[in-house]
Ligand binder design. Structure first.
Ligand SMILES: NC(=O)c1ccc[n+]([C@@H]2O[C@H](COP(=O)([O-])OP(=O)(O)OC[C@H]3O[C@@H](n4cnc5c(N)ncnc54)[C@H](O)[C@@H]3O)[C@@H](O)[C@H]2O)c1
Length: 396
């Protein structure tokens, strides 16, 4: 175990609070790290829940005063897993206190807040990280490496879709349906991941968004009786009263990339039959790749440089550490597969390495990088509102 430590404070205790706590708990067991991560302090709003969560997950201290926690001189890294409208306040306070900050995606609920976070990061001595964690599924990381090596050649077309089906009329009005808290619905919650993956794999940026359509299909939802409603809100107590949902349940749009490639994206929480299908297909002159999160250990690869009679999709099981598959060497023997939590553990390893001045396995999004996704989200919203194409360069 290294002598030097990285003392972590976590803000938030629900879905992502669990995913990140699990990552902090496991990371040093699987990766050789230059710093020992210490689960120093947990902070959230509710006394009883925060105490119980801290005991369960092994946080050494807990508090309901997040402002005091992020100023604590013992803390090195503040990890933000609050709803989107709290990201800026939490992160900026932590950066001003000299901490490194890891923040959940999307960077913020509005472009303005996101910009303030980027400005604060520029002035800060701490490093910033954003949990676009799908980059660290080994198959997505391999797709990035293949593309960078030129194996796909010129990219012609990108097709991204993120489909879930949990948000029918019985799903209550959680914060994810409140525009003032979430910023957007399927767009920022789901599509942000797919946009980030497309940028990450191709190294290209969206230059123009057009034809965006966003729809709040379920206009009213039952109000939650008492906060809560983790992830899908199913099983949470609700009152008889209903309130307005103010975010998109479904979004679709087209895009042009800087390189000239064309792209289409869709995200939906009403795709009956799909549970967590984050899919990306990229077609290039020399080859193509296909990824779907529900088969996250596999990358489909098509080599268009092979003689015609040998061409066809092949499926790579991206678990071969000896063959150099990214992150696989830290885990199990070949085809002893990984799951959802491993992308967070892989990202945590890269964060700890970067805090110690080392390079991540694949590029890590910081606040400035995640701001580029935020600009695309803003362009999509504007294209939907004004029924027009929106050059991303004009979104500042
Ligand atoms: N990377 C991913 O794959 C992924 C997956 C799910 C969610 N997320 C992101 O993580 C963030 C949290 O989502 P979640 O699903 O964990 O939400 P959640 O509702 O399950 O948990 C939110 C937590 O924040 C606390 N909280 C709420 N408002 C707060 C405030 N104003 N100040 C302090 N604490 C507050 C709640 O008590 C709760 O502990 C969101 O930004 C979401 O977009 C990312």
């Amino acid at each position: 175990m290294p002598d030097r430590t990285c003392n972590i404070a976590l803000v938030g205790t629900k879905f992502m609070g669990r995913a990140h706590s699990n990552a902090f708990l496991k990371v040093a067991k699987f990766f050789d790290l230059p710093l020992t991560p210490i689960m120093h302090t947990l902070t959230a709003r509710n006394d009883e829940q925060t105490k119980a969560f801290a005991e369960r997950w092994g946080w050494r201290n807990w508090s309901t005063d997040w402002k005091a926690v992020v100023r604590n001189p013992e803390i090195d890294l503040v990890d933000v897993t609050t709803p989107n409208n709290a990201h800026a306040e939490n992160s900026i306070a932590a950066l001003e206190a000299g901490k490194h900050v890891a923040c959940e995606k999307p960077l913020a609920h509005t472009l303005d807040s996101a910009r303030q976070m980027v400005e604060a990061a520029k002035k800060a001595k701490g490093k910033t990280f954003v949990w676009y964690n799908y980059r660290r599924c080994p198959a997505v990381a391999l797709a990035h490496q293949l593309c960078k090596q030129g194996k796909l050649g010129r990219i012609y077309q990108i097709r991204g879709s993120y489909m879930q089906d949990w948000a029918g009329p019985d799903t209550p009005l959680m914060w994810r349906f409140e525009g003032e808290v979430a910023g957007s619905g399927a767009l920022g919650d789901l599509c942000a991941h797919t946009i980030d993956m497309a940028r990450f794999i191709t190294g290209d940026e969206v230059s123009e968004v057009s034809g965006a359509v966003m729809e709040t299909v379920i206009k009213e939802r039952r109000i939650l009786a008492s906060g809560g409603g983790e992830i899908s809100g199913h099983g949470a107590a609700t009152s008889e009263k209903k309130g307005a949902s103010t975010v998109d349940d479904i979004v679709l749009f087209l895009a042009r990339m800087n390189s000239g490639a064309l792209a289409s994206f869709e995200a939906t929480r009403l795709a009956t039959g799909y549970k967590n299908a984050n899919r990306l297909e990229i077609h290039g002159e020399k080859g193509a790749i296909r990824f779907v999160f529900e088969r996250m250990n596999e990358l489909d690869w098509y080599d268009a440089t092979l003689p015609g009679e040998l061409q066809g999709w092949s499926t790579i099981n991206v678990t071969n550490g000896n063959a150099g598959h990214p992150y696989a060497g830290a885990w199990w023997p070949v085809a002893h597969v990984l799951g959802y939590e491993h992308s967070f553990i892989n990202q945590t390893a890269d964060i700890i390495n970067m805090i110690a001045g080392k390079e991540p396995v694949v590029p890590m999004p910081d606040f400035a990088d995640a701001y580029e996704v935020q600009r695309v989200l803003a362009a999509v919203t504007e294209s939907n509102k004004n029924h027009c194409p929106v050059p991303v360069a004009e979104v500042k």
